[in-house]
Write a protein that binds this ligand. Structure first.
Ligand SMILES: *[C@@H]1O[C@H](CO)[C@@H](O)[C@H](O)[C@H]1NC(C)=O
Ligand SMILES: *[C@@H]1O[C@H](CO)[C@@H](O)[C@H](O)[C@H]1NC(C)=O
Ligand SMILES: *[C@@H]1O[C@H](CO)[C@@H](O)[C@H](O)[C@H]1NC(C)=O
Length: 295
């Protein structure tokens, strides 16, 4: 107990070691839009409760994007990132996890950790999904929030392959989302916005948790509500055009999943204003006294 208290104390004394952070604004503000009037950084709504953790996603010594992660549902709620134009970077092999969600803070677990198959047992994974939670040949794939195809360089592309940036998505939905949202949104941004290092498009991609779960095994016990299967994926961008005006657009897609015994939902996409998405998310997240803000 004394050791634990000491570690907790160290966490408070040296917050700079910790990438599961108290505040996005203080640790990785660069991934969020600034308010036009007061120039304050405005992260999307932080859902209330201890289960929601802010992760400044760190890989190879640098922050790559930011994620709000739900340790009860073991999925991200959203990832926020910058898009600087399509670069065509090949994908990386191994999935990663976030040691700080399951280990006391140590200097060596500052970053996401690559998990070779033999390392799967090195973390308890109480607070996050692990690779073999996703059925190997099953219907559910690892659906990226920040997609590999939007990365600016090879290290950032690799950093998208972490399970805290992915949620279960049926193969059909994953393909439809890539084709009808990721790809079309990217083309639209590149056509209408300035997109480079100086003028990136700011993007937030998220999910809405659903009522269906993937069962998982932990310490030889089955947890039926293991990894939540989102009912929806959503994405929104904000950029500036050549006349320096802000442009934005949002997308929301209901996911395909099976409701027992045999009813299958449909993939349904819609294209809307950010304000419309915010009002839909406010309802879907059942926020009572607050509007869900994306930007
Ligand atoms: C979204 O809707 C706008 C306005 O109707 C349209 O201009 C745009 O092409 C649509 N984008 C996609 C990706 O469907
Ligand atoms: C980004 O694009 C703007 C507008 O086209 C241009 O003025 C600026 O030099 C570009 N910056 C970089 C780093 O390419
Ligand atoms: C709801 O919002 C109002 C206005 O911001 C605030 O005064 C009130 O305390 C809030 N109620 C709850 C239950 O959070």
């Amino acid at each position: 107990m004394k050791l634990l208290a000491l570690l907790l104390l160290l966490g408070v004394v040296y917050p700079s070691l910790n990438e599961v952070v108290q505040s996005f604004k203080a640790k990785c503000p660069e991934f969020f839009v600034k308010n036009q009037h007061n120039h304050e950084v405005t992260p999307p709504t932080l859902l209330k409760g201890n289960q929601f953790k802010c992760i400044c996603q760190r890989w190879k010594g640098k922050y790559r994007y930011a994620t709000l992660y739900d340790i009860k549902r073991r999925i991200p709620i959203y990832s926020a990132y910058k898009f600087e134009g399509k670069k065509d970077i090949p994908r990386d092999g191994y999935w990663k996890t976030e040691p700080q969600l399951d280990e006391c803070l140590k200097p060596e677990n500052r970053e996401m950790r690559e998990m070779r198959p033999a390392q799967e047992e090195t973390l308890p994974f109480k607070n996050q999904a692990r690779n073999n939670d996703y059925p190997r040949a099953g219907a559910y794939t690892r659906g990226h929030l920040f997609p590999n195809s939007y990365a600016a360089d090879a290290d950032q592309a690799e950093s998208t392959f972490t399970l805290t940036n992915a949620a279960p998505q049926m193969q059909d939905s994953n393909e439809a989302w890539a084709r009808e949202v990721e790809e079309l949104m990217r083309v639209e941004i590149e056509k209408n916005c300035m997109v480079n290092e100086t003028f990136p498009a700011y993007i937030v991609t998220g999910v809405v948790p659903g009522d269906v779960w993937v069962a998982i095994e932990r310490e030889r016990r089955t947890i039926t509500q293991g990894v939540n299967i989102p009912s929806h994926y959503w994405s929104a961008y904000l950029c500036i055009n050549s006349a320096s005006s802000r442009l934005s657009r949002a997308f929301l897609a209901q996911q395909i999943y099976e409701i027992k015994p045999n009813r299958k939902t449909k993939f349904k996409k819609s294209n809307m204003t950010v304000a419309d998405l915010e009002s839909k998310l406010t309802g879907l997240f059942k926020l009572l006294n607050q509007t869900f803000r994306v930007f």
